[in-house]
Design a protein around this ligand. Sequence first.
Ligand SMILES: C[S@@+](CC[C@H](N)C(=O)[O-])C[C@H]1O[C@@H](n2cnc3c(N)ncnc32)[C@H](O)[C@@H]1O
Length: 229
Amino acid sequence: MINVPTSPTSRRALRRTAIGGSVAAAVAAWWAFDTAPYPYAQHRLLDLPLPFLTLRRLDVMLGPRPGERLLEIGPGTGLQSLHVAPQLGSEGRLDIVDIQQPMLDHVMRRADERSIGNIVPALADAHRLPYSDASFDAAYLVTALGEIPEPTQTLSELRRVLKPGGRLVVGEFFDRHQIRPAHLIAHADSAGLAVRKLIGPPFAYYALLQPRTIPGIERRPAAVPADPS
Ligand SMILES: C[S@@+](CC[C@H](N)C(=O)[O-])C[C@H]1O[C@@H](n2cnc3c(N)ncnc32)[C@H](O)[C@@H]1O
């Protein structure tokens, strides 16, 4: 039997406990299930460099070269875009895709201020990229993949738009959206990509992925549905 407190003080304590429990449950649900993109209102935080996910390490993994066409998903305010685009030179080009127009506008404003003229923005969802097959020499996403609801679908799209032998770099940092290295390997495998190299600690790592090229195991066979009979 449950004893319901009758004094006003006990009832107030019970109500406070119930409210505290509801708030904690709501925060836990938000932490675990919220899939909203990073809010533009907090864009200033994106300009802070992240430990281990440095631009130098991105260069080492991505190896951008003059004349190449690269794709970045989720550029935010352009921390990586404004560093990578100049390395591609006037013959090269960096396409950036974001689901939020204010992020793209922010990058393009900063690019104009620095006279960087080879960035081409596209407002799109990473699950369906607006590019033809085999368009890019390389692609990258930094602290973005974990924020996108369907990482396997996104990696499949990236694989589709990469040229054969193309490079894909994923940077992930410890936050509520982070994709741990083991999960990235599994998502990549399902998308027909292989993780070639990982650098950094598991809470702040870069991974280099490439399309699998061995004939016959280009893609894993889709899971066979259970026979209902
Ligand atoms: C945490 S920010 C990372 C920004 C930047 N790469 C950095 O490290 O500073 C994630 C970015 O991914 C974008 N994004 C989230 N979901 C997306 C989706 N489905 N398609 C394209 N971009 C998406 C967000 O709008 C945001 O710009």
